[in-house]
Design a protein around this ligand. Sequence first.
Ligand code: SF4
Ligand code: SF4
Ligand code: SF4
Length: 246
Amino acid sequence: MKLKIASFDFTCCEGCQLQLANGESTLTDFLELLDIRNFRELSSEQYNDYDIALIEGSISRQDEIERLQAIRQQAKTLVAFGTCACFGGVNSLKNKFPLNETLAEVYPEMPVETLLVRKISEVVKVDFSIPGCPVNKEEVERIMVCLATGSLVTLPKHPVCVECKARLNTCLFELGEICLGPITRAGCNAVCTTGKTPCLGCRGPSEEINMPAFVELIRERKLSLDDLQEKIAFYNAFGEFCSHEA
Ligand code: SF4
Ligand code: SF4
Ligand code: SF4
């Protein structure tokens, strides 16, 4: 039986949904597994009966709270889909400034209703999370197959460094950069560091991270602790680790 699935976007860029819609080489096989009930990037048809809801984006308006709660009531399984949904994502940078100042700066001539940004699990129960900015298409497809076959859904426990080393990359620390690969959950195939861009931790912390040791590494290499703090805060993905004493 096909999985009845729906996907809904909240405060976000819709890049995560686009990852799925763009998977042309595997899209047909992928759709064989799914009965798309509501997914505006894939189909104009919309139905309200679905078992799995993919939630993309964070929550930053009152009407989004109400819409999300209604989706939660309908869905048997609710998935936080992408870094915005899992952690708040880049949208959370707004929370660092007084709301009225942000509104005056960004929307000086237009009244805009906005709240402090929240991740999905701060509003409704989340059954599991697929991090990534954007999500990794292969990982999403693997998880959907797990759901369709009733298998256990897992994410990699190891850090991005493992994937980075497997791709024979030169470590960016050797080039004087701060890279969050040692503390970030793998699963993206080290896409940024392979392109010589340091990891900013969009997939959140890997299991059993050793933040004090990582901070010590930054100190030993005489790199900036302020830069480290800024990188860790970028996606709001490190929760309790965001407030570590750098
Ligand atoms: S996680 Fe990144 S790609 Fe996905 S919706 Fe948010 S900003 Fe866009
Ligand atoms: S570049 Fe980053 S991800 Fe790659 S090995 Fe170095 S610290 Fe780890
Ligand atoms: S390398 Fe880091 S920032 Fe880039 S996709 Fe992977 S986890 Fe995200």
